[in-house]
Ligand binder design. Structure first.
Ligand code: SF4
Length: 608
């Protein structure tokens, strides 16, 4: 399909997109931010259109951009208002709608079958004119489900689940298809990478099923790529837009995005990506590009491995059921924490400051942990380990020519579940194994971003598959940095919580305060609250729904005013922005989750 002059899906490259953050009514700022994004390599730019008035201003923004020679396709972001969508579709190349809140009614919590059908009919009535307009004007669409904003109706029937996300999008897709409109992509975003990965995989499986059903009915379907099979029904093989929502900022946000987006790209899923950062939007572009560039390092497309049954359910998370063992006096496996392993050489480099490393300490040393290294394709070697009476600590040998994810999935499939597995971010390679001084590191990658994205994609993907009882980051030479990366990957994957968790929206034209400075202020005040999850959201329109499972929320309520939440419930309203961080601290205190910073004995950041 095409979005303006940019093709998505099929043989097109994976496209990079982003969103501007200023007020859509500020025409000049919108033009400037769009051009900055285009200059940074962004191929599609999204602009929010919360009202008809904003949508109308898209005309001026687009016209000015074209006059200035900027032809980047523009996407209007629509949530609640069909009228705004109808206006925006006159001016832009693509419209994004959110099935969870498009034409939302906020009344019924329980739905009978009749009420459910009636609500679907109401949606059909409200959505069909937009579909017809997009069809007539050649405007593309994204049917963009977000985990945090499913409709009451979908929640009532499917719960807060990946299945609910998929069905929510399919309801809108069926309406579009009934009207013979096919220029749409799907997205299934969530802040939790495990939920997001499961939702996209489930969507792909459902689309394949729908194709099979069509084929059975003799109405067409795969294997033809998108488009019609003869003159009968088109396939369900629509392009996919990948993204992790509310990832936040800095290293943690990049890690979270790599876990979600990177692991799906490694699985061959995804046609366009948006990395959401609570930073200036152009910062998102190099991360997205690096993730795409990295596919050849993480995907198994170029290697053939035997067709074994997966050891895990790709649609729902469950940790692999290993037995507990002990290494270096540390328990691992079973329901123990996922442990952080280092090479002896790196341990020695930090040994003198371990008592100052707080939560970023190395836990197990590779060379003393009796780790069995195996090539999972070697049937005899795997059988030998499986025949052991006691559970063994097993990893993939470094001398392997398989991509990391494929190698560990193969190991997990062949190894008896009782044996705990040590995950590695990269294989060191035979050349480095012959150089003992290189153990603990590999040939330096060009930059830390690539190291971080590779480690997060490889280890994060496997953790989200439920595989792994310990991890070893060996792609980063600096021991302190490798340890920080190890723990941050565990936290971002939701596998081990050791510090405050932040959910922050990327901001957009709806944002009611400066998200970057506010996030920095809140972080400075709460960084020591281990295990507390805080959401920082720019507006009450979408913020509360999208706060994931945060314990506390700081949400823009009105210009200069903040609402505070406990879970998804608003408890304090219209607090002047200048006082809001202190009131948030009070709220955390009231709920027994506050500790004074001085009481925190462990270091909060690694001693590098
Ligand atoms: S939550 Fe943030 S990104 Fe989402 S609509 Fe509100 S301000 Fe925009």
């Amino acid at each position: 399909m095409n979005v303006g002059n940019v093709g998505i899906g099929g043989n097109n490259p994976i496209r990079v997109q982003s969103m501007i953050t200023c007020d859509t009514m500020d025409t000049e700022a919108s033009i400037q931010q769009t051009m900055e994004l285009a200059d940074a390599g962004c191929e599609i730019v999204r602009i929010t259109a919360p009202t008809v008035k904003d949508a109308r201003n898209l005309e001026h923004i687009v016209k000015n951009l074209r006059e200035r020679g900027c032809n980047v396709p523009i996407v209007a972001d629509i949530h609640f208002k069909p009228d705004a969508a109808m206006e925006a579709a006159k001016w832009v190349e693509k419209v994004r709608i959110n099935p969870g809140n498009y034409s939302k009614k906020f009344v019924i919590r329980e739905y009978s079958d009749e009420q459910y059908a009636a609500e679907l009919n109401r949606i059909r009535e409200r959505f069909s004119p937009l579909v017809e307009l997009c069809k007539t004007r050649g405007v593309a669409m994204r049917i963009g489900t977000n985990h945090g904003s499913l409709s009451d109706r979908i929640l009532n029937r499917y719960g807060d689940t990946p299945l609910g996300m998929v069905e929510s999008a399919l309801e809108f897709a069926r309406i579009a298809r009934d009207l013979d409109y096919h220029d749409f992509v799907f997205s299934m975003k969530a802040s939790n990478p495990k939920v997001m990965i499961a939702a996209y995989r489930l969507l792909v499986a459902r689309l394949n099923e729908l194709d099979d059903e069509d084929a059975c009915k003799g109405r067409g379907g795969s294997p033809e790529p998108p488009g019609r099979l003869g003159s009968i029904a088109p396939t369900w093989n629509y392009p996919l837009h990948l993204g992790v929502t509310e990832a936040g900022e800095g290293e943690d946000a990049r890690i979270k995005s790599a876990i979600g987006i990177g692991s799906l790209l490694a699985d061959g899923i995804g046609d366009t990506v948006r990395v959401s950062l609570t930073e200036d939007s152009p910062h998102e572009i190099p991360v997205a590009k690096a993730l795409i560039e990295n596919i050849r390092n993480t995907s198994n497309a170029a290697h053939r491995t035997s067709n074994v049954e997966l050891s895990f359910d790709p649609f729902s998370y469950q940790r692999r059921a290993t037995e507990k063992i002990e290494r270096d006096g540390v328990k691992l496996g079973g329901d123990e924490l996922i442990r952080v392993v280092v090479r002896q050489a790196n341990f020695d480099k930090v040994a003198h400051k371990i008592d100052r490393m707080g939560d970023y300490k190395p836990e197990i040393t590779y060379e003393t942990a009796q780790i069995q290294e195996v090539d999972p394709r070697d049937e005899n070697a795997v059988a030998k380990i499986n025949a052991e009476r006691s559970a063994q600590f097993v990893t993939v040998t470094d001398e392997i020519d398989l991509p990391v994810i494929a190698a560990f999935r193969l190991l997990s499939a062949k190894l008896h579940a009782r044996h705990p597995i040590l995950l590695k971010d990269v294989s060191v390679g035979a050349a480095d194994l012959n150089r003992p001084e290189r153990l603990g590191s590999i040939a330096p990658t060009p930059d830390f971003l690539t190291t971080l994205l590779t480690a997060s994609t490889n280890i994060g993907s496997l953790l989200c598959d439920g595989i792994g009882d310990a991890i070893l980051v060996q792609g980063e030479e600096a021991p302190g940095q490798a340890l920080r990366l190890s723990y941050n990957i565990l936290q971002a994957a939701g596998s081990r919580i050791f510090k405050t968790d932040y959910v922050a929206c990327p901001s957009c034209g709806r944002t009611l305060f400066n998200l970057q400075t506010t996030t920095a202020k809140i972080k400075a005040a709460t960084l020591h609250l281990k295990g507390v999850k805080i959401a920082i959201m720019g507006c009450i329109v979408n913020g509360p729904g999208e706060m994931a499972d945060a314990d506390f929320g700081y949400v823009g309520g009105a210009p200069g005013k903040v609402n505070l939440y406990v879970g998804k419930t608003a408890v304090k309203f219209n607090i002047p922005e200048a006082e809001a961080v202190d009131r948030l601290k009070d709220l955390i205190r009231e709920h027994g989750k506050w500790i004074e910073p001085a009481q925190q004995t462990a270091a909060l950041e690694p001693v590098l």
